[in-house]
Design a protein around this ligand. Structure first.
Ligand code: SF4
Ligand code: SF4
Length: 137
């Protein structure tokens, strides 16, 4: 199994530093790969990243919610969305995302479609080579 980052990720980057096997990679380019991605072949399911995420975006693969009830106000970031999000990450750097949408209170969201992109990122996407063009955003 692996852990999975869902579209609740807004690239705070707090999780990356704690991963003991360095298998969390910031997607690039942003409009195609807006999250941080976990290499499913390398993740050892230690769970260390989960409490580091201020947005509760990380789940064991078999616990990714199919019916997440939004508190309201949280952002999701996904390819094709057109909302704008600006914030500051764990290291004080800027976060600017243009692939976002803010959830409404009580809205129910299925995050299981977010599982496959984590595999695709490493199989057919940039994978670890994204580190070479990572600009910290
Ligand atoms: S800590 Fe959460 S929001 Fe931040 S990069 Fe990791 S998964 Fe994304
Ligand atoms: S569960 Fe552990 S090994 Fe897997 S991504 Fe999180 S910190 Fe890394």
């Amino acid at each position: 199994m692996t852990h999975i980052i869902t579209s609740l990720c807004v690239r705070d980057r707090g999780c990356i530093d704690v991963c003991p096997v360095e298998c969390m990679i910031a997607g690039q380019p942003l409009n195609e790969w807006p999250w941080i991605y976990i290499d499913p072949d390398t993740c050892i399911d230690c769970g260390a990243c989960v409490p580091e995420c201020p947005f509760a975006a990380i789940f064991p693969e078999d616990e990714v919610p199919s019916a997440y009830t939004a508190k309201g106000g949280e952002y999701i970031s996904n390819v094709g969305l057109t909302g704008h999000f600006e914030g500051t990450n764990h290291h004080g750097g800027p976060i600017v995302l243009d692939t976002t949408r803010q959830l409404e209170a009580g809205e129910v969201v299925d995050f299981t479609p977010d599982i496959q992109p984590n595999y695709d990122f490493f199989k057919t996407g940039p994978g670890y080579s994204a580190k070479d063009i990572d600009d910290g955003k």
